[in-house]
Design a protein around this ligand. Structure first.
Ligand code: 13P
Ligand code: SF4
Length: 307
């Protein structure tokens, strides 16, 4: 029996659902029951009624599934699938910062790419797909502290006109894009539109025709008059775009020609590890109940506000 057949058989046996982020390897996206961005995956995880959620993404995403749906077993094919953005904001550092600035009474907005400990300290969570909308609902009489992504924070601040104190964190994958490289590609493909993720730095964002979350890139490219796009985010999205928007050309803007930058954490999950985790029912992501309850509040607030 080949790997794909085995995964499908085990999935049925375990009464499992496979959720995958758009940055996963193409073969994982193709076998998943659902592929999406962080927001769509959080919604799917909350709604899941099967016994097991296999989360093909990084650790904070699987943790989010545990927070939102405590009755299920959540498996992550490789427990080492971390996130540099999450690591740039340790919960104890945020806690000390908030204590030291207690007089400010910050309204803490946390990008979903953070640990459960950081979520538990936040007033509301955002994703790249809903940050603008949620910041617009933030109380006008409290200063905003945005954690951990300084790039998404700066972009959202610009879009909403809300001044914010920014945590100095970033995603190493998105910060690796080079402005010179994007300029070179624009010169090479003058008819192409540049579509970039808000986790990119400002000099890159300034070159973009459109800035949005991974999920929103699909309808944008489908509806645009352009036939060719230079995509500035993680490489996994190219597979989705090529599959869902046939007849158009998608070129990655990464260090290597025609390839976006790769997130080595996202790529830790493989078909083999997916099969193994369903077979062994491990590795499982487990969280402490008290922390879960605290982290659930700002996450549920986000889901309510982004209906
Ligand atoms: P979205 O899926 O929300 O676009 O975020 C991208 C990302 O970096 C997830 O790790
Ligand atoms: Fe984290 Fe960046 Fe990888 Fe997304 S692409 S999981 S933000 S390291």
């Amino acid at each position: 029996m080949d790997l794909t057949e085995e995964i499908l058989r085990l999935k049925k046996e375990r009464n499992a659902v496979i959720l995958a982020h758009s940055y996963q390897r193409p073969e994982i996206q193709d076998i998943a029951d659902f592929v999406g961005d962080s927001l769509a995956l959080a919604r799917k995880a909350q709604e899941a009624t099967c016994d097991v959620i296999v989360f093909c993404g990084v650790h904070f995403m699987a943790e989010t599934a545990c927070i939102l749906n405590p009755g299920r077993t959540v498996l992550l094919p490789d427990l080492n699938a971390a996130c540099s953005l999450e690591q740039s904001c340790p919960a104890d550092e945020l806690e000390s910062f908030l204590k030291a600035h207690a007089d400010q009474n910050y309204y803490v907005v946390a990008y979903v790419n953070c640990s459960i400990g950081v979520k538990a300290l936040a007033d509301v969570i955002v994703t790249s797909g809903n940050a603008q909308r949620i910041i617009e609902t933030a109380p006008a009489d409290r200063p905003i502290l945005f954690v951990p992504d300084r790039n998404l924070g700066a972009w959202t601040s610009l879009k909403t006109g809300r001044a914010m104190t920014m945590w100095n964190g970033a995603c190493h994958v998105h910060e690796r894009f080079s402005r010179d490289k994007v300029l070179e590609m624009k010169a090479q493909y003058p008819d192409a539109e540049v579509v970039c993720h808000p986790e990119c730095q400002e000099p890159i964002r300034l070159l973009a025709d459109h800035i949005c979350s991974t999920e929103k890139m699909i309808p944008y490219c489908r509806e645009s008059k352009a036939a060719r796009f230079i995509i500035v985010t993680e490489t996994g999205i190219l597979h989705r775009l090529r599959k869902l928007v046939p007849g158009k050309e998608f070129i990655g803007a990464g260090i290597e020609q025609c390839s976006c930058n790769e997130c080595e954490y996202m790529k830790l999950n493989t078909l083999q590890k997916l099969r193994d985790c369903l077979q062994n029912m491990a590795p499982e992501v487990r969280i402490e109940e008290e922390l879960r309850r605290r982290a659930a509040k700002p996450l549920e607030r986000m889901l309510e506000l982004s209906l």
